[in-house]
Write a protein that binds this ligand. Structure first.
Ligand SMILES: *Cc1c(COP(=O)(O)O)cnc(C)c1O
Length: 447
């Protein structure tokens, strides 16, 4: 087949100027490997009837492009002008400078991760965060694992494997991406016992479901939806009292990770409140409202936290060293709520006065010829789904979405919202004035 004879040699493709960057980054061996794979793919496509290129030069360019596409995509910086603060697809929380510094300080050296330097004996990585988690939540003990879904699986496996777990039908949540509570329960080897109705569950429903088989009562915060109207939920206090009377631990998965009540986030459950209400274990994420790295936090009764930490799954779900460093630094900032509001990026974005957000939108609009419009930002990450945060956006005409595409695919990537032929660049989620300047420059370069 002529088309196959026209395929260039590996060496020939490697010297194509379009691959100079790839060769410099991966070295000759890595680049050669990618070019071989690209040639195989192209050969397969031609055998399947793809149109051959007009000449060998064009064929080489096609193969070089395939080789580049086969390389792993680097993580690219994104300017978040979507108005969604805890944006899971964008990595949820940017870290505070203190947390970034802690990661940088620990990353390139050895650390006393699991070694007690005072005695020279083996230690636990939890000593670096456990006492802080306990103090900030008012619990007896605390620990951290890889993420909150992991914390839930681990807690269920450690405290209720082979036993029943009582959950209200109003709290049968899907955490995201098809990850549902019944599935998690099954994986942890616990048996789900649903009680009540979607909109109403009473204390009696729980009480009559408790049997000698009951391992625990689980409360899960319906973080990404709200049941509104004719509803009834059992307060943690009542549930915890029932549990303690009947000798059944109560586990409260609050999801978003508020440590204590926050005037900026009315109605959002907090770990301290849940522990004070009597929950035996509270679970939450490290990278939602806490504004730290991906992590799952477990706080509560010392004996239960100990049991959880000794379960074999704890090893599989353990938090890594860099996240641990970032989590410790973030938790330290939360020791002072005022400081956290200023230093932890997601908290700063949530509490920023509307006037300051609007000021940024005005600067951006003046620089790009856009128009300032009112906007509604969202917390995201499954917190306060029904609450809009007042915000301001710079609106630019973008009927076919071409401007948004150019901004999204450039460097840094810039993400906004397309609404009714307008590109809205929401200024509540911009981290600083430098991002405003970059957006303005990029928008103007696109036109
Ligand atoms: C987000 C959430 C989780 C999962 O947390 P990850 O840190 O993403 O694993 C679990 N439960 C609730 C209620 C949540 O909101």
């Amino acid at each position: 087949m002529d088309a196959l004879r026209q395929l260039p040699a590996v060496e020939h493709v490697l010297h194509d100027p379009a691959l100079a960057g790839l060769v410099a980054e991966l070295g000759a061996a890595g680049a050669t490997d990618l070019v071989r794979r690209a040639l195989d793919a192209r050969r397969g496509a031609l055998l399947d009837g793809a149109d051959p290129a007009p000449d060998r030069g064009a064929e080489t360019a096609i193969i070089a492009a395939i080789a580049r596409s086969l390389d792993a995509q680097p993580l690219r910086t994104v300017i978040n002008a979507t108005g969604v603060i805890v944006h899971t697809n964008l990595g949820r929380s940017p870290l505070a400078p203190e947390a970034v510094a802690a990661v940088a300080a620990s990353a390139g050296a050895y650390a006393d991760l699991e070694l007690d330097l005072a005695t020279g004996q083996r230690g636990s990585r939890q000593t670096h965060v456990g006492p802080l988690i306990a103090r900030l939540t008012g619990a007896e003990a605390g620990m951290a694992v890889n993420n909150a879904a992991g914390a839930l699986v681990l807690t269920l496996a450690a405290l209720a494997r082979g036993r029943e777990v009582i959950v209200s039908r109003g709290q049968m949540i899907e955490i995201g991406d098809g990850f549902r509570l019944p599935t998690i329960m099954e994986q942890a080897g616990a048996r789900l016992v649903e009680v009540g109705a979607t909109n109403r569950t009473r204390l009696d429903d729980y009480a009559s479901a408790i049997t000698p088989e009951t391992g625990l009562i689980l409360r899960a915060h319906p973080s990404n939806f709200r049941v509104v109207g004719f509803t009834e939920e059992v307060a943690t206090t009542d549930l915890a009292r029932l549990g303690s009377e009947r000798g059944v631990p109560t586990v409260d998965d609050i999801g978003s990770g508020l440590l204590s009540p926050d005037p900026d986030l009315p109605g959002e459950p907090d770990a301290r409140g849940s522990i004070a209400a009597g929950a035996d274990i509270v679970l939450f994420s490290g990278d939602k409202l806490l504004g730290g790295p991906q992590a799952g936090i477990i706080a509560g009764r010392a004996d239960l936290v100990h049991t959880i930490s000794r379960h074999p799954l704890a090893r599989a779900l353990r938090i890594d060293r860099l996240s641990l460093a970032a989590l410790q630094a973030t938790l330290r900032l939360h020791s002072d709520p005022e400081r956290a509001r200023a230093a932890v990026p997601v908290r700063r974005l949530i509490s920023a006065p509307l006037a300051a957000v609007r000021q940024r939108a005005e600067t951006l609009a003046a620089a790009t010829g856009g128009e300032v419009v009112d906007s509604a930002a969202r917390i995201g990450g499954g917190a306060l789904p029904t609450i809009d945060l007042p915000s301001a956006a710079c609106a630019l005409p973008d009927a076919d979405g071409a401007l948004h595409e150019a901004l999204r695919t450039g460097s840094p990537a810039i993400l906004g919202r397309l609404e009714d032929g307008l590109l809205l660049l929401d200024c509540r989620t911009l981290l600083d004035d430098a991002e405003v300047a970059i957006i303005a420059e990029r928008v103007n370069a696109c036109r």
